[in-house]
Design a binder for this molecule. Structure first.
Ligand code: NAD
Length: 480
């Protein structure tokens, strides 16, 4: 049985109180590891280590900090296969997805921010003959990074890498549901020679460790990705302490398909945007709106694609759909399927748990599920399900679909399928979404701002935006 440990002050150590939590493999339902059930005492040790490391880390030239981050990226690439296997075992996702998306992207996060900090310039405002004004961007200090279970190493490193690049020291907490790759990352940081205390990883629950990070007075900022309810709670705790907050929260993303689109491409990509990672990506398009003239054709072709998706042991190369992350999450998603029936939806595909044989007999598998006939304002079309469940709805006009697309509390991402360039821009600008994809999905350029409008979050990650987040601007004026 594996025993994970915290990464504190450059060393792997057990939790102060000696308590551990079981860690379950979603594909089998079996406990395969134990993780530290840390508490406020461990967080206090992590913060003390980070504070002690801060003066030397922030004084290092960005180039030298960057070199260490690039070294970590190289080690992630070296261990890609082992990390992909660990991510799949821990999360239930197909190992093929972890191998092609999660782990390469975690390496890119370190490589990108390792060099980005060298291109981060500050501004000068010159007033002829009067004054020279310039801005210095100081590292914020010790910051907290808290991440969810759906893209474990990918989202963990998306926060840690820019924080370190900006010259901050970090106390980080991965999800207690998927801690494995964060634990493996600790060992890679030690191997890379990251100075002790610069990054500290404390394992444990949200109430036990996450809350202690948010409450700790020496932590200057919280970068959080997770559910909207948790984000609300964190904001309530952190706001009176005047901490800087970056919140990446839930979504209920529209996928809008106009009649003039490239239909085969729209169908192919919509299968991915609906069911990749079992629909457990905050950017998945769970509300599919199709212009009426092609509604029946889209539906027919989409359902053929859904029927062809292979549900299987995530470790097998041919499996396209793995397990949901936990029994509790599976039950939550099944609850929404029952609600869709109650709300008058017509089930077109899936709708039930899938029982596999052998090793995966106890796993949390669910058939990709499609409903139609649900009103845009019903709960199933308003609340985040975060599983392999999508709804199909026909629309007649651009105004109508825009009202429905924008008609939720969320505003994270949206996808538009059309060959009409004017419409693509017009609709994109009218959408209340932080991210809009036209004729593509999940295309990322790490330089672009990433984040949501409305209840999908506050602030933006990515590119220079996140380096601004992790720094404190100071204006200096010199009289001429
Ligand atoms: P969650 O909110 O339950 O947990 C996220 C993290 O917060 C975990 O590490 C958890 O332990 C911690 N946490 C829980 N309570 C806390 C507290 N009181 N104080 C501090 N930390 C606490 O979310 P989840 O179930 O792990 O992830 C799924 C959610 O994440 C979905 O809503 C999804 O949309 C969202 N998400 C958003 C993005 C984005 O970029 N916007 C990306 C991925 C996931």
């Amino acid at each position: 049985m594996l025993h994970f440990q915290n990464y504190l002050n450059g060393r792997l150590v057990p939790p102060t109180a000696g308590r551990y939590l079981p860690n379950v493999e979603p594909a089998t339902g079996q406990v395969y590891a134990h993780i530290p059930d840390s508490d406020a005492a461990d967080v206090a040790r992590a913060v003390a280590a980070a504070e002690a490391a801060l003066p030397a880390w922030r004084a290092l030239p960005a180039e030298e900090r960057g070199r260490l981050l690039v070294r970590i990226a190289e080690l992630i690439e070296r261990d890609l296969e082992a990390l992909a296997q660990a991510e799949s075992q821990d999360n239930g996702k197909p190992v093929s997805l972890a191998r092609t998306v999660d782990i390469p992207r975690a390496a890119s996060n370190f490589a990108f921010f390792g060099t980005a900090a060298q291109h981060f310039a500050s501004e000068t405002h010159f007033q002829e003959g009067v004054a020279l004004n310039y801005t210095v961007r100081h590292p914020l200090g010790v910051v907290g990074c808290i991440s969810p279970w759906n893209l474990p190493l990918y989202l963990f490193t998306w926060k840690i890498a820019p924080a370190l690049a900006a010259g901050c020291c970090v106390v980080a907490k991965p999800s207690e549901i998927t801690p494995y790759t964060a634990f493996l990352l600790s060992a890679l940081c030690i191997e890379a020679g990251l100075p002790a205390g610069v990054l500290n990883i404390v394992h444990g629950t949200g109430p036990g460790v996450g809350q202690a990070i948010v409450e700790h007075p020496a932590i200057k900022a919280i970068s959080f990705t997770g559910g909207t309810k948790t984000g609300e709670h964190i904001a309530r705790t952190a706001a009176p302490m005047f901490k800087k907050l970056s919140l990446e929260l839930g979504g209920k993303n529209p996928n809008i398909i106009f009649a003039d689109c490239d239909l085969p491409e729209a169908v192919r990509t919509s299968l991915r945007s609906s069911f990749a990672n079992q629909g457990q990506i905050c950017l998945c398009g769970s509300r599919i709106f199709v212009e009426r003239p092609i509604y029946e054709q889209f539906k027919a072709e989409f359902l053929v694609g859904v029927a062809a998706l292979t549900i299987g042991d995530p470790q097998l190369a041919g499996s396209q759909q793995g397990a949901l992350v936990s029994e509790a999450h599976l039950q939550k998603v099944l609850g929404y399927i029952a609600l869709a029936h109650e709300e008058g939806g017509t089930l077109l595909a899936g709708g039930q748990r899938v029982q596999l044989e052998g090793r995966c007999a106890g796993g949390y598998f669910l058939a990709p599920t499609v409903f139609e006939g649900l009103a845009p304002d019903c709960r199933v079309n308003q609340e985040e399900i975060f599983g392999p469940v999508v709804t199909l709805t026909p629309f007649d006009t651009e105004e109508e679909v825009l009202a429905w697309a924008n008609g939720t509390q969320y505003g994270l991402a949206a996808t538009i399928w059309t060959r009409n360039l004017n419409r693509a821009h017009r609709v994109a600008h009218a959408l209340h979404s932080g991210i809009v994809w036209v004729n593509t999905w999940l295309h990322r350029d790490l330089r672009t701002p990433f984040g949501g409008m409305k209840n999908s979050g506050v602030g933006r990650e990515g590119g220079l935006e996140v380096l601004r987040f992790f720094t404190e601007p100071q204006s200096i004026t010199v009289k001429l």
